[in-house]
Structures are given as structure tokens and as C-alpha cells.
Design a protein around this ligand. Structure first.
Ligand SMILES: [Ca+2]
Ligand SMILES: [Ca+2]
Length: 156
């Protein structure tokens, strides 16, 4: 019994036939226990990362790449590294590829597509989709934007 962790904004919009923004009764208020409000309020074109599950504890947001979440430059800095526990992708064109550690060149990666929209709990997502390689939770150290077919392993 594996619970689906990613909300699919596209699927919900298709099912309901209404605009995604129309689904939020109170989009300006913080809603505990969900990533929906964070997704609704996210700036289009950006990905966001959060320290806690359910998109609580905002770490930062990025329109471009940041190959080191622990340095003193870019969208993610210092203590942002190895802390992300949930993610939002509201990019306008592609998916985000996250890596174990800094450098954005590790084999150990996982991707979040724009269609999925967000992942509310990284604790049961694993590098390369394999438990052997450990949980993605609290181990992301870099990210880059990639095209639709660039990822072998999608967070599901
Ligand atoms: Ca965390
Ligand atoms: Ca950085």
C-alpha cells in the first residue's frame, strides 16, 4: 500500500474542468498539512524547496540552476543544503533535476515534473527510485532545470 505522494495539478484540473486557481477557497492563508496553497501561491516559473513536509518551512525558490545549495551564492545558501523535505515545481517549461549533494553531477538524482507540481513528503522517495540508495529527504544539495526527456528517474 504505497500512497501517492505527488499531487498532480494537471490531473486535478482536467478532472474538475476548472482553473487550478479557482480551487483555492482561501489561497492567501497558510494551510497546514498540504502543499496546495504553496503551489497556488508560488510564482510561475520557479521551483521552491521546504524544510518540512507539506511545504512548510520555506527554504528558497529558484528560477535558474543552483549547483550548490550550501555555498554563499544563488537561490539556496548555507544551511539550505541537506534540508529539503518537500518541493514545488511551478516552472513554465521543464522539469527540475535534484541531486544528492552539491555539484549537480551525481548519478544519484530524482526529477520533479511541472505536471506533477509538488511533492509533499520526500521521506519515501529514494535516489534513482531505489531504497538501496537512501531517502531523498534531507539530502538534496543541488538542482538544475532539464528538458522533458532528460530524467531517467521521476519521483512518483
Ligand atoms: Ca527537512
Ligand atoms: Ca547556492
Amino acid at each position: 500500500m504505497r500512497k501517492r505522494k505527488f499531487g498532480s495539478a494537471a490531473a486535478v484540473a482536467a478532472l474538475t474542468g476548472v482553473a487550478i486557481l479557482g480551487l483555492a477557497p482561501n489561497a492567501s492563508a497558510e494551510t497546514p498539512g498540504t502543499c496546495w496553497d504553496n503551489y497556488e501561491n508560488a510564482v510561475s516559473g520557479y521551483m521552491s524547496a521546504y524544510d518540512k513536509i507539506n511545504c512548510d518551512g520555506f527554504l528558497g525558490m529558484a528560477k535558474g540552476n543552483d549547483k550548490n545549495w550550501g555555498d554563499n551564492a544563488g537561490s539556496f545558501q548555507g544551511n539550505d543544503i541537506f534540508r529539503a523535505s518537500s518541493l514545488v515545481n511551478k516552472g513554465t517549461r521543464s522539469e527540475v533535476k535534484f541531486f544528492l549533494g552539491s555539484g549537480a553531477n551525481s548519478n544519484f538524482h530524482i526529477c520533479l515534473t511541472r505536471a506533477e507540481g509538488f511533492v509533499r513528503d520526500l521521506r519515501d522517495d529514494y535516489w534513482l527510485g531505489d531504497k538501496t540508495f537512501g531517502s531523498v529527504n534531507n539530502s538534496i544539495g543541488s538542482h538544475i532545470w532539464v528538458g522533458r526527456t532528460a530524467c531517467s528517474f521521476l519521483a512518483v
